[in-house]
Write a protein that binds this ligand. Structure first.
Ligand code: SAM
Length: 249
């Protein structure tokens, strides 16, 4: 039996869940999200941004519309093709690169790097996460910022639901969640119903608290690390919706 690749390395996973991940609402939300991201990054048009794990380019395309030079990196060819098609339709110049976040590194190139919508923490070996953060550190110019936006451990603990389901454009996803006993890892079972077929995936990822992620970034050399509870820059307190970190090289 050939060894199964982890969920995040399977094209079939990303293709199957795309309608539920990238809903019309999420495409619309991207515009306001980019405004907030740019304000937290304090960047002016013309500067160079890396959108790490850019998916179908929701944010890359919007940043290009604002006049930024953008590189979008993602492993999934299918997503990058959609992103490139949209860029061409709009006459936008965006560099889309197929690569793995564990290996993509362009020393001293970017004024800002973003990792949005929980695109970090996928790997079983925590050293891989550290390698990703090191790649980002090296790819930033001195004084550049890295912005991460993900589901923080503290937020998850507050809103945790063992089971729920979601429906979008005829695709149904049923999710069952389990957290490891030391709260460092989450195992989800995703059952997807689409076009009369049923597919099941094991979707797992590392859970980071604000303190743990701050420590990881500090160990890579980042300084001036700020923590927020959303992209608007509100506090990461008991009302926080997301974990947002801005770390300066
Ligand atoms: C939750 S989606 C977020 C996409 C995008 N940031 C957005 O907000 O629309 C995570 C993305 O990470 C990409 N991805 C997963 N593993 C990756 C890896 N090792 N290297 C690069 N991209 C990866 C997937 O293809 C997917 O597009």
């Amino acid at each position: 039996m050939p060894e199964m690749k982890p969920w995040h390395e399977q094209d079939i996973f990303w293709e199957t869940v795309a309608p539920v991940l990238f809903t019309q609402q999420r495409w619309s939300d991207a515009s306001a999200e980019v405004d907030k991201v740019l304000s937290l990054l304090r960047l002016t048009p013309g500067t160079h941004i890396l959108d790490l794990c850019c998916g179908m380019g929701r944010h890359s395309l919007e940043m290009a519309r604002h006049g930024f030079r953008v590189t979008g990196v993602d492993r999934t060819r299918f997503y990058l093709d959609r992103a490139s098609e949209q860029a061409e339709i709009e006459g936008l110049s965006v560099e889309f690169v197929q690569d793995d976040m564990r290996t993509f590194c362009r020393p001293d190139t970017y004024d800002g790097v973003v990792s949005l919508f929980t695109s970090f923490g996928y790997f079983e070996d925590p050293e891989d996460d550290r390698q990703v953060a090191m790649n980002v550190y090296q790819s930033l110019k001195s004084g550049g910022n890295f912005l991460m936006e993900l589901m923080g451990k503290e937020v998850l603990g507050r809103i945790f639901q063992e089971r729920d389901w979601d429906e979008e454009n005829g695709t149904f996803i049923l999710q069952e969640r389990k957290v490891s006993s030391n709260w460092d890892w989450m195992e989800n079972r995703w059952i997807v119903f689409k076009d009369n077929s049923r597919t099941e995936f094991k979707v797992s990822h590392r859970l980071y608290s604000a303190t743990e992620l701050t420590a990881l970034l500090a160990a890579c050399g980042f300084e001036h690390i700020d923590v927020y509870g959303d992209l608007a820059g509100n506090a990461y307190d008991h009302t926080a919706e997301r974990l947002v970190i801005v770390a300066r090289k």
